[in-house]
Write a protein that binds this ligand. Structure first.
Ligand code: SAM
Ligand code: DTB
Ligand code: SF4
Length: 325
């Protein structure tokens, strides 16, 4: 067992004067990381829309009328091209997302092929495919998958207000499966879904209690999607969002905390506060899954202004091809 803060301890962090909270987060951050290096992940939606689930924030549920056009599973060639472009721009991790409750066996065989190909480019690989059945995490690990993304998204208590087609325990079970197969875990959530501060503290306590805690913790700010049940939720106070990033940093000192969805709506000074609070990863590239992300040029300028640099990730040499004639 590792030592981790409980919900009451995390709630107490949220109550600190802002400067004290940020100072603590910076201190912890500097003990574990180079504070000026930020990890860059690029997302690609490899299968879009038409999802059976009813997650109240999501543009891709078949149950809501959103502007998203459904797209079947992409070809391996198109995925490789997108990964090459992401690598050329400086991303070190490529994350493939699919709008599924979970992958069917024939889907998984195709995704495994994509993972193999992206891994061969010398990138870190990540997939987010929904709930996994027995054996599927092992298949992905064998194909060279480094990370599985599966978010808890909010507190256990609030989850049932947001999603009705699967449970918090279903999600914890998939995280256990990913871990047992030797995958690294990327697990975080969405802020601004009408949760209370106590919910945010409980959510972070759930993440910190995973043993070991997730290597990567995406903190998303809700992107309001017209047509979804959460489209009209009032925006979260930006300072409360920064507090959440700081509390995540302190609760999971050795994890990468990713400033995730919502950056397009954030001015530079708010993003700077998030980095100060201990965020050290972003999604990089002009699209998230179905919604816009800042242009790469804008991010490069922001990094220059803040003296940040992309984290260099050593990836093992790609599988050696057999000698050519
Ligand atoms: N279908 C799989 C699943 O639900 O795990 C994988 C894809 S799903 C779109 C991945 C994550 O994207 C969700 O868990 C949620 O955290 C995030 N997400 C989806 N829609 C969002 C929105 N409108 N704003 C912020 N984050 C969002
Ligand atoms: C995560 O936590 N955020 C990413 C990734 N994991 C898969 C997805 C954000 C999606 C934002 C809304 C959209 O583009 O559809
Ligand atoms: Fe489907 Fe994932 Fe969207 Fe939920 S979050 S509706 S499971 S794509």
């Amino acid at each position: 067992m590792h030592l981790h803060p409980d919900a009451a301890e995390i709630a107490a962090l949220f109550e600190l004067p802002f400067s004290d909270l940020i100072y603590r987060a910076q201190t912890v951050h500097r003990r574990h990381f180079d504070p000026n290096a930020v990890q860059l992940s690029t997302l690609l939606s490899i299968k879009t829309g038409g999802c059976s689930e009813d997650c109240g924030y999501c543009s891709q549920s078949a149950r809501f009328h959103t502007d998203v056009e459904s797209q079947p599973l992409m070809s391996k060639e198109a995925v490789i091209a997108a990964a090459q472009a992401a690598k050329a721009r400086g991303a070190t991790r490529f994350c493939m997302g699919a709008a599924w409750r979970g992958p069917k066996e024939k889907d998984l065989i195709q995704v495994a092929e994509m993972v193999r190909a992206v891994k061969d480019l010398g990138m870190e690989t990540c997939a987010t495919l929904g709930l996994l059945r027995d054996g599927q995490a092992e298949q992905l690990a064998q194909a060279g998958l480094d990370y599985y993304n599966h978010n808890l998204d909010t507190s256990r208590a609030h989850y049932d207000n947001i999603v009705h087609t699967h449970s918090y325990d279903n999600r914890l079970d998939t995280l256990t499966k990913a871990r047992a197969a030797g995958l690294k875990v990327c697990c975080g959530g969405i802020m601004g879904m009408g949760e209370s501060r106590a919910d945010r503290a409980q959510f972070l306590a759930e993440l910190a209690a995973l043993d070991p805690p997730p290597e990567s913790v995406p903190i998303n700010l809700l992107v309001h999607i017209p047509g979804t049940p959460l489209s009209e939720k009032p925006g979260l106070d930006p300072i409360e969002f920064v507090r959440t990033v700081a509390a995540a940093r302190i609760a999971m000192p050795a994890s990468f905390v990713r400033l995730s969805a919502g950056r397009s709506q954030m001015p530079d000074h708010l993003q700077a506060l998030c980095f100060l609070a201990g965020a050290n990863s972003i999604f990089y590239g002009e699209k998230l899954l179905t919604t816009p992300n800042p242009e790469s040029d804008a991010d490069r300028k922001l990094f220059e202004k803040l003296g940040l640099r992309p984290l260099v990730v050593e990836t093992p040499a790609p599988a050696r091809k057999t000698a050519e004639a």
